[in-house]
Design a protein around this ligand. Structure first.
Ligand code: ZN
Ligand code: CU
Length: 484
């Protein structure tokens, strides 16, 4: 008879492919899925009676800023408590490595921590620290364009010279060789906005033949979003790489209702190149406090402020009233600071979330004092609110968006599916009760309905909390696979 470490009996298995659940037994051994059958005869050290709960591949958070938190807070409770077993770090042009700072981190690199959190002058340093920290979740990494600019340019408000591009290119090439998944950009931010398309095109040349992806926070998500998408598609074609548009949305009140148009442009482009996107399930974004986004018609919450730390959690309108000034002046006084912007239309968000090209990415900001609730709630919210309660998509489709789809797109081999010999990253959850409990008012709360989470075959989280075992590892990129 087969020996195994763990036998999960009688689970409704959603394998990640998008097909319907099947009642099965799953055996784990040496970190991998050893056998799947019904009934499965095996001598197991641990037996879990699933009693018809759902078993899915561990969720892959396609868009995170967990670069430094996987090392500083390796228990990764905000993520593992949602059933997330892998985080993609380095999004929006800002990776924690390779980074060599001369001063405080430029905006928005400060979303990843303070100056002393940037301790990885090379990608190899980052990998060594990750290995030593042993986070509870697996980590795969993009290299940020803004981070490279920081390393090789004396100022960020201009485009790079040919020489600077050559140095950035060399640094990106060596990180890709060491297992980075691709290049990310954050062209909307002032630290990268001055970069010409040619700068990014020349840098993205490093992706050719590297099985890598180009991931972008578009140059703009407002009026000119279609032009910004064209720029991204062009960079993908020239670097012969798939493109992932980060947190696709129509931002700002003037843009509400344009999701149909935006998705149509995405679909057109998908007929001749590989393009996908990620989305978080909320009608509000969050980043650093950007004076250009201060609009009295938009509700803005303050997530942190270096100058006035005590105001975290209050609205900008409230603070401005107390200070007897307009919101723009109050926002200037709070700098540097972080904010939540209720500047997305719920219908647009749903349409993008439900689109077959869309993966789930929390975009959670782990260092924020009063974070956007997506940090703790994104995945259970998709499954509870948008799948079960509002029926935006079926449960197998929802699971596919958070497992097999990102694993294939980012080239995470033997992950993201329940299949024999795949790594045993798994989540057991109750489909009737799963739900986010984190709210804008009370954002630091673990979701409900997550029963067990295994990372590389190790039981790491249960409904009772952390088990104390941490089994995550660095996942190098391999060949990406795209199913349109
Ligand atoms: Zn972003
Ligand atoms: Cu982001």
């Amino acid at each position: 008879m087969l020996n195994c470490d763990t036998l999960i009996r009688n689970a409704r298995v959603l394998d990640g492919s998008g097909s319907d659940a099947q009642l099965l037994d799953v055996a784990l051994h040496n970190g991998r899925i050893a056998a799947i059958d019904v009934p499965l005869k095996c001598r197991a050290d641990h037996v879990i009676e699933a009693d018809g709960l759902c078993l899915a591949p561990g969720f892959i958070d396609a868009h995170t800023h967990d670069d430094t938190s996987v090392i500083e807070t390796p228990t990764m409770l905000p993520k593992i408590s949602q059933g997330v077993t892998t985080v993609i770090v380095g999004n929006c042009g800002i990776s924690a490595s390779p980074v060599r700072l001369k001063a405080d981190p430029p905006d928005p690199m400060n979303l990843l921590g303070k100056r002393n959190n940037f301790r990885y002058p090379t990608f190899a340093h980052y990998l060594a620290e990750l290995d030593a920290a042993r986070p509870a979740v697996n980590v795969a990494a993009l290299i940020g364009h803004t981070s490279l600019r920081n390393n090789h340019m004396d100022r960020l408000d201009r485009t790079a010279t040919d020489g600077e591009i050559r140095s950035m290119h060399a640094e990106l090439t060596s990180a890709l060789a060491a297992g980075a998944l691709g290049l990310s950009s954050g062209l909307a931010y002032s630290s990268a906005n001055a970069a010409s398309t040619d700068e990014v095109l020349a840098l993205a040349d490093a992706l050719i033949g590297a099985n890598a992806v180009y991931v972008t926070h578009l140059r703009t998500e407002t009026d000119a979003i279609l032009d910004a998408m064209d720029e991204a598609f062009r960079i993908g074609r020239s670097s012969r790489s798939p493109v992932v548009i980060s947190h696709l949305k129509c931002a700002g009140i003037a843009n509400w209702g344009r999701s149909g148009e935006v998705l149509h442009a995405l679909e057109q482009a998908r007929t001749n190149q590989h393009i996908g996107c990620d989305c978080y399930p909320y009608a509000a974004g969050s980043s650093t406090l950007d004076l250009k986004q201060v609009d009295p018609r938009v509700g803005i919450g303050i997530t942190w402020s270096t100058a006035y730390p005590e105001v975290a959690g209050r609205t900008l309108a409230d603070i401005a009233a107390e200070w007897d000034m307009n919101q723009l002046d109050a926002a200037k006084r709070l700098q540097p600071a972080g904010a939540i912007y209720h500047s997305i239309d719920e219908d647009d968000m749903r349409r993008i979330l439900a689109h077959p090209a869309t993966m789930i990415g929390s975009d959670g900001l782990p260092w924020d004092k009063h974070p956007h609730p997506r940090l703790w709630g994104a995945f259970p919210r998709v499954l509870g609110r948008y799948c079960r309660d509002e029926k935006l998509f079926t449960l197998p489709q929802a699971i596919h968006k958070m497992t097999t789809m990102p694993a294939r797109r980012f080239g995470l081999a033997e992950r993201g599916a329940i299949a024999e010999n795949h790594w045993a990253d798994l989540v057991l959850f109750n489909p009737d009760t799963i739900l986010d409990t984190a709210t804008f008012a009370d954002p630091i709360r673990a979701a409900q309905g997550i029963e067990c989470v295994w990372v590389n075959g190790t039981l790491s989280y249960t409904a009772q909390g952390l088990t104390g075992n941490r089994a995550g590892r660095f996942l190098p990129g391999s060949a990406t696979q795209w199913l349109q």
